[in-house]
Write a protein that binds this ligand. Structure first.
Ligand SMILES: [Zn+2]
Length: 339
């Protein structure tokens, strides 16, 4: 069913690429993070992720001003969106395809391909815990699954989300009461909106980086309710709000110079160390991936005969095998008939 071509997943029977980093004629895109989403001639995806990706790809707009129109056209790539609602199957030849929620970020989906050769699922990035801003995740019974295992080690057990949320709110409130500016570093797609929903529901006033604000507009357009927030403006920011800032915006915002700041990382990797390599004052294990127990629970619920792993540590394969699960790591640089 699935095979690896040029280090990229491909479904030969359907001539369909999966989360390819190279432009393809037709490609399924599971969600909008930069390590999965690229423009293709035809993008097969969920309705909400098409909104996210259209926004993201639109940021390539400066290429339109180039003096070389043919280059601009190639860069711009007029994408044809083939969108599907969750749990509304469609037929392609002898196969039936269905997208269903991965609960990772807004619009993130898993892909189920059914044929007389069985039910095969590609999870993409997923988590099982309900979140504040992404759709409720789902697990379907299948014969084989190709899943991520980012946190495939037993030390990665995340506390309940509500507990993390409570700690984030208390920490931000304490900082503001002490006259310090709390800054939460969070990816502008997914993590930032979770942080905003959590902090806003705890009554923390918010300002966000422009990239976070514009992605948050996409969430709101897709029907996700977010608390009030201000787009950060160096001229008017007075330090009375918590800031939600992308980790890539490395430099601290200009307006906090001379002010006391307290910084927080939001990532599952903080378990066992502090923030992004110890560069923040504190870390909260707010993740948009499944933790170790959730990875095991996924396999338990899906009951596949075969598990393929990608996007994560290899020792999860051995842990699954010890539990009697037929598991294998998907090797790059090799053509492999997966199912
Ligand atoms: Zn992702």
């Amino acid at each position: 069913m699935f095979s690896l071509h040029e280090k990229t997943l491909y479904v030969r029977d359907l001539d369909l690429w999966v989360d390819s980093m190279k432009p393809r004629a037709r490609c399924y895109v599971s969600h909008g993070h930069a390590d999965h989403a690229r423009p293709h001639d035809v993008v097969v995806t969920s309705v909400a992720n098409a909104m996210v990706c259209a926004h993201r790809f639109g940021r390539r707009a400066p290429a339109r001003q180039t003096a070389f129109p043919e280059l601009a056209a190639a860069e711009r790539r007029d994408v044809v969106w083939e969108t599907h609602a969750f749990n509304e199957p469609w037929r392609e030849g002898d196969h039936e395809l269905t997208l269903f929620s991965a609960g990772h970020v807004l619009g993130s989906s898993q892909l189920l391909i059914e044929s007389d050769r069985g039910r095969h699922v590609y999870t993409g990035d997923f988590k099982l815990e309900p979140s504040y801003t992404a759709e409720m995740p789902e697990v379907k019974r299948c014969d084989s699954v190709l899943m991520e295992c980012t946190y495939g080690k037993p030390q990665y057990v995340f506390p309940p989300r509500a507990e993390i949320a409570g700690q984030m709110v208390s920490w931000a409130r304490a900082a503001l009461e002490d006259g310090a500016v709390p800054i939460f570093f969070a990816y502008s797609l997914g993590k930032a909106q979770e942080a905003m929903a959590i902090l806003g529901s705890g009554g923390i006033p918010l300002a966000t980086h422009g990239a976070v604000a514009s992605m948050s507009r996409v969430y709101e357009d897709a029907g996700v309710a977010l608390p009030p927030y201000e787009r950060y403006d160096a001229e008017t920011f007075d330090g009375s709000r918590a800031l939600v800032w992308p980790p890539s915006g490395k430099a601290l915002p200009k307006a906090v110079r001379g002010k006391t700041v307290r910084t927080a990382a939001l990532t599952g990797w903080v378990l066992g160390r502090t923030g992004f390599g110890g560069r923040t004052d504190i870390g909260f294990p707010l993740s948009d991936h499944a933790d170790y127990p959730s990875l095991l629970r996924y396999v338990e619920l899906a009951q596949p005969k075969k598990v393929w792993l990608n996007h994560g540590g290899r020792d999860f394969v051995h842990r699954l095998r010890k539990l009697g699960v037929d598991a294998e790591y998907l090797e790059a640089n090799q053509q492999l008939a997966l199912f």
